[in-house]
Ligand binder design. Structure first.
Ligand SMILES: C[S@@+](CC[C@H](N)C(=O)[O-])C[C@H]1O[C@@H](n2cnc3c(N)ncnc32)[C@H](O)[C@@H]1O
Length: 361
């Protein structure tokens, strides 16, 4: 999966082709329009309020694709913030692929010049930012997973094998001792298949080391552990998508098919706590955006009858929050470092979080 997605030349994400949006393979909240960026810009201003300081405030984004979310956030921050606060913002994009870095520069350079900087990997940013916010939308679902199956009362790993006419699968020994640890105590029926994303915990450790004081906000589709390993999810969550359709054979169209697996949010939260972060908030994207949009909605109402641009933003908002569209499938999880757990109360996005972080187990 790592090679299929990340090979520097042939990997699915390395190519210059548009993967996101109508012409690509899947939609994201960013591709819906700039409403998502407008509301996340408001989240940024709240985080800035939690982390006062005279030096730079870093927004670090990973998985920025063509730079659209960065642009939408920066455009709206410029409207929301006093000039001297906006001037303190540095937008750091973590982007390993040169072709995407080029596209991001094309989207951002003219308007935001040296305020936007690039890093090839998350390890390059570690310890470089005194205060800031890390953001990612649909990054972790692209991380490679290990597939496992419970056979004759023990866990085996599903290995990819080369065959005369392509690729196949074969159950063998677990290739990494961390898999044994991750699967310990998990009780499932014979033949149960699932995935473990070791890359997510490694990534979490690195994300935790970015800031002296900061927040990490992750948006993705996924499940809490109880649902992730529920008896009926016995085929796991790894899927392939091409041109907005589910692909039956994961080995068909290698490098041209998006491979993706749900995020195990409970596992991520455990990794975050082990890396010294606090869990500040967790809820469905719809709930978060409704909470975050309270002031914005007030401003729209106060402005009177909506013009065409406002009407379009409201339609985007509905798509982002509707439970049958993007509101329920996506979750938002925010961690804090050196901000205290009380900070959560000052994040308006989590005001309707319901069970919230308690649901992570
Ligand atoms: C599903 S797309 C989401 C794109 C964008 N965030 C959006 O919401 O439209 C996943 C993105 O993550 C990027 N990506 C995956 N692994 C990455 C990594 N280790 N570092 C940086 N970007 C990565 C891919 O290049 C791709 O742009």
């Amino acid at each position: 999966m790592a090679r299929v997605l990340y090979h520097p030349e042939w990997g699915y994400y390395a190519g210059g082709a548009a993967r996101v949006g109508r012409a690509g393979d899947f939609f994201t909240s960013v591709s819906v329009g700039d409403c998502f960026g407008i509301l996340l810009a408001r989240h940024v201003t709240e985080v800035m309020g939690l982390l006062p300081g005279d030096g730079a405030f870093h927004i670090v984004e990973q998985g920025a694709n063509d730079g659209r979310l960065a642009r939408d956030i920066l455009v709206h921050l410029r409207l929301l913030l006093p000039e001297e606060d906006f001037a303190r913002i540095r937008y750091a994009i973590i982007e390993p692929f040169p072709r995407l870095r080029k596209r991001q520069r094309a989207t951002l350079k003219e308007k935001f010049g040296s305020q936007v900087v690039h890093f090839a990997g998350i390890e390059g940013v570690a310890g470089k930012c005194e205060r800031g916010l890390f953001l990612s939308n649909e990054l972790l679902d692209a991380f490679p997973v290990h597939r496992v199956v419970f056979e004759t009362e023990r866990w085996r790993e599903i290995h990819v094998v080369e065959k005369e006419d392509g690729f196949g699968e074969s159950a063998g020994d677990l290739s990494d001792p961390r898999l044994t640890a991750a699967l310990k105590g998990l009780s499932v029926a014979e033949g149960y298949r699932t995935e473990i994303c070791l890359a997510a915990s490694e990534w979490m450790r690195e994300a935790a080391s970015i800031f002296g004081r900061g927040l990490v906000t992750v948006i993705d589709y996924g499940l809490v552990e109880e649902a992730y390993f529920s008896p009926e999810r016995n085929e796991g969550t790894l899927r392939g998508y091409r041109e907005h359709r589910l692909v039956e054979d994961l080995y068909d169209g290698i490098g041209e098919t998006d491979l993706t697996a749900h995020v195990n949010f409970s596992h991520l939260a455990r990794s975050a706590r082990a890396s010294g972060l606090d869990v500040l908030g967790f809820c469905e994207q719809g709930r978060f955006l409704v909470g975050q949009a309270a002031d914005w909605m007030g401003e729209i109402e106060a402005a009177g009858a909506p013009d065409a641009r406002t009407a379009s933003l409201i339609r985007q908002f509905q798509t982002l929050i509707h439970p049958g569209m993007m509101g329920r499938a996506f979750q938002i999880l925010t961690f804090g470092k050196n901000v205290g757990t009380d900070a959560a109360r000052r994040l308006t996005g989590f005001q309707h979080a319901g069970e919230g972080a308690a649901g992570l187990g």
